[in-house]
Design a protein around this ligand. Sequence first.
Ligand code: SF4
Ligand code: SF4
Length: 385
Amino acid sequence: MVNDDQKLVLEVGALARLVKVLQAQGYLVVGPTVRDNAIVYDRLESADELPIGWRDVQDGGRYRLERRDDSARFGYAVGPHSWKQFLFPPQVMLWRGKKTGDGFQVAPPAQETPKYAFIGVRSCELHAIAIQDRVFTGGPYSDPHYQAARRGIFVVAVNCAQAGGTCFCVSMATGPKATFGYDLALTEVIENGRHYFVAEVGTEEGGAVLEQVQSREATTAEVAAAEEVVQTTARQMGRTMETSDIKDLLYRNFDHPRWDNVADRCLTCANCTMVCPTCFCNTVEDSTDLSGQETERRRRWDSCFTMDFSYIHGGSVRPSARSRYRQWMTHKLATWIDQFGTSGCVGCGRCITWCPVGIDVTEEVRAIRESEAPGPDSQQDWEPT
Ligand code: SF4
Ligand code: SF4
């Protein structure tokens, strides 16, 4: 029996078997693959669909794929997708209604939630899932759709071997090494002509799956090589964010002129909220067929950047770009801490990469912080998840 103290080595070919074992256990296997010039998360039929030999190059408002000079399976940072699209899908049917002779009948949609196995989950993404767990299931009311998708997922985490140009997980204490929330964690090592994975077991289920995949005990040198991979990644962060006193920093700068500066650049397009793995704003819409006989209610993603989202009779309470960007950033980094006891940001950098004008949340925090001189000498005011 594989135990959780053991570190095992899997040769690259063993990934194919891992996918097959998970499929045989009834999982819908989802992982990274190349589509539309990006690395996205999609259903995998085999390990051949992984982004073999690709890296991503990221900066503010910039994302490109480039060929690597090796055949790394996970040699990229994160793409535009996150796991939230499976656990909290962009659109969910809540119910359908049908007119009957003297009234109407309401029926819940007949939809089955797949049993997911996620392959390639990064440490920052495990933190993002933990944050959404608190949002959707941590309070007195649990979201049944989230719960149904979340229950029983199998997670294969992959420790990052390359930081993206917009990553700052080290600042947010969310990476690059996975420390919880996985069944199996892999570190991909490519050195001296060798290519292998060092595997760690997080749960009994993970151990049972690994027993069906060919592996062997890792040597001390292989374990050290895997640790070096993660440490090198930690030193390569594309961005940094000083988080000490961040909640109070933002609270006391509600009227800072920097909000006008960012409003001059922000298109209020909502891209940052769509790509963010923790954003959870949503709205509910009803639609009726043309004959008026049938209706349905759907929940779909929304964003604090849309005018409608904060519409209360007579108008939006956040009518300007200034008020909407301030709401988003202050919620992520300050009020979220009061609401959920954690930051709403895991430092994945997606909002920076996918902002069409390259607005950078780390730069905005820095600008506000640097305008306060000297800054207060206080401690980090939240505990990492
Ligand atoms: S705010 Fe930006 S960096 Fe932070 S978790 Fe969301 S997308 Fe990632
Ligand atoms: S910050 Fe960037 S991505 Fe977000 S709404 Fe403004 S322009 Fe769009």
